[in-house]
Structure formats: C-alpha cells, structure tokens
Write a protein of this length. Structure first.
Length: 108
C-alpha cells in the first residue's frame, strides 16, 4: 500500500497525517467561525492514467489534498496547452491546404 510505504506523509510538503485521515482546523467553516473537517491523504499518479500511467507503486505517490490539487491543476493546464498546440497545428495545416489550392489554380 502506497500510503504506508510513504509513512502517511505528503511526499511534496512533508506534512504527516499519521493515518489515512486527519482532522484539520479550517477557519472558513461555519461562515467564518471556524471548525474542524477531515482531510484524507490522496494517491497521485505521477504519470496520469489518461497518459498510460500504471497503478504500479513506482508510479504512485502520497500527497496531501492541497499538494495534489496543484498537480491536478498543472495536468489540466498541460492538457489545455496540448489542445492549443494541436489546434494551431491544424490551423497551420489548413493554411497549407489553402496555399496548395492557390498553387493549383495557377496551373488550372
Ligand atoms: Zn502536501
């Protein structure tokens, strides 16, 4: 089990939960009066499963929810950048097609 291997510690910021869950004080709870809520350690796929990453322990690491959120954001941003790259490539291909058309017209 990855959580036990990592000693219930976030592998990025080093915060130690001591167990799978811990109680944390959240000042934003109860309309700003503050309160406790449970936080669970999360298991992060170093290579996202959507990119072919496996469930092998070598591809897994224990993260606290706030560190995990950063990774999720990063991966979402990377996916968005990928999409933009593909779109601009398609646009470039479109342009090439159009230039081909112009080229053919000269010889028609
Ligand atoms: Zn952390």
């Amino acid at each position: 089990m990855v959580l036990r291997r990592d000693r219930y510690r976030c592998q990025d910021c080093g915060v130690c939960f001591g167990a799978r869950r811990r109680k944390v004080y959240d000042p934003s709870l109860r309309r700003g009066k503050g309160g406790y809520r449970w936080e669970s350690l999360e298991v992060h796929h170093i290579i996202a499963r959507s990119l072919g990453g496996s469930d092998h322990p070598g591809n897994l690491k224990t993260l606290c929810p706030s560190c995990h959120a950063l990774y999720t954001q990063e991966q979402a941003a990377a996916r968005a950048a990928d999409r933009r790259r593909r779109e601009s490539m398609l646009q470039a291909l479109d342009k090439l097609d159009n230039e081909d058309d112009g080229f053919n017209e000269i010889y028609d």
